[in-house]
Write a protein that binds this ligand. Structure first.
Ligand code: COA
Length: 157
């Protein structure tokens, strides 16, 4: 399979939002309360006004990459130089190294922007993945907006 990773463009918005919603619902809903799920999915509602709001929130995360299989968006990662906020890979593409490659790109960009540490609020599902690529838990499980997360971090030099 020929997966290409490149920087996010505005025209990716629909593909990205669909990927977030579908992947969250499939893999992360067990980790959230009903209200947590509802609020998360509502935040990414696909209607014109809401997509404008989402676009504005994306501007707060200057590091943003997408993974494409031909023209289909199958992965994404975004965040600031010290905080990663979203990493999602379409379930049909799991365990093919796309998640690791997206994190590599993210870390390299963070290093360029002179960061020495990356923090995340890891989904419970993704904890073994993050541990494999060098992230360590910093506390126990926390509740973030009705979703269980493990705060983790990695030093990058
Ligand atoms: C977590 C996620 C991004 C991983 O993406 P991926 O492309 O499948 O990961 P990779 O193929 O790059 O995996 C890298 C390594 O981690 C391992 N790994 C990946 N997911 C794993 C899991 N859930 N449990 C245990 N190991 C896992 C892989 O086997 C691989 O190990 P290897 O190097 O020994 O072969 C993906 O499962 C996902 O989108 N999950 C749902 C959304 C989510 O929870 N996102 C995180 C939000 S904080």
């Amino acid at each position: 399979m020929n997966i290409k990773i490149r920087k996010f463009k505005d025209s990716d918005i629909l593909g990205v939002v669909s990927l977030i919603k579908e992947t969250f619902y499939k893999y992360n809903k067990k980790e959230a309360t009903k209200t947590g799920i509802k609020n998360y999915l509502t935040y990414y509602s696909i209607n014109k006004d809401n997509l404008e709001k989402v676009k504005i929130s994306f501007l707060k995360t200057p590091i943003f990459f997408v993974a494409l299989d031909n023209k289909k968006i199958v992965g994404m990662i975004r965040g600031t130089k010290s905080y990663m906020v979203n990493l999602f890979v379409n379930g049909n593409y799991h365990n093919q190294g796309i998640g690791r490659e997206l994190v590599n790109k993210f870390e390299n960009e963070a290093k360029k922007q002179v960061s020495s540490e990356i923090k995340i609020r890891a989904s419970l599902f993704a904890v073994p993945f993050y541990q494999k690529i060098g992230y360590k838990k910093t506390t126990g499980i926390k509740n973030y907006k009705g979703i269980k997360v493990y705060p983790m971090k990695k030093l990058i030099f």
